[in-house]
Design a protein around this ligand. Sequence first.
Ligand code: FPP
Length: 232
Amino acid sequence: MVPEHVSIIMDGNGRWAVSKGLNRSAGHIEGVESVRCILREAAKSGVKYLSLYAFSEENWKRSEAEVSALMDLMMKSMIGEIELMCEEKVRFVVLGNRSRLSDELNGTIDACMEKTKDNKVITLVIFLSYSGKWDILQAARRIAADAVSDPHLASRLSMEDFDRYLVTADIPDPDLIIRTSGEQRISNYLLWQAAYSEFYFTDTLWPEFREEEWKKALDAYAKRDRRYGKTK
Ligand code: FPP
């Protein structure tokens, strides 16, 4: 079975760069090459949603130089890739706490999302300034605000209703979450949405995660038995 939604915690850019005697930013630049390659592979495999954890709320604590180099790289990558995304019919979506992004970056994101909104081959979701706890909290705050004018909301609220308050309301939950670089943790990613995701961990660093690694991950997924709490 091909997963509908594959999500990736792209980790190991810094270690890849340091191992080559380069600065950390060089790792992020090479990481963008992996993004290009995996987007192509995902579309070829028939995956409908590819989502990438590009920058967490916690990543703002990195040095100013690294944060600004990363933001710059993301903006340049979006501008550089927009025509190709249009040609390849990729719908581009950014989710996260966008109030922390610069006006310039937000403007570029809005333009890319608008230009690609009707594309149907694959949806590329970039989680930017995102964290799972932040997402659940912003949902809870909006529910509390709505409850002021709707006193029965709290008692009526279902799991599906809650889903609709998350920033991922329009995106199915990930079937497969891949984490590169040997780390085996969720790092405040899709905490609610990952309830029944399959996990795949690999020691490969993100800049080296290419076609062969993608195939291995999908093959491993195909052998999984997803029971969702039920017996066979
Ligand atoms: C983790 O490696 C990677 C990041 C925090 C940034 C990932 C971002 C990109 C690859 C750019 C993506 C661009 C677009 C347009 C999607 P790390 O720095 O934590 O590596 P380390 O754990 O080895 O230090």
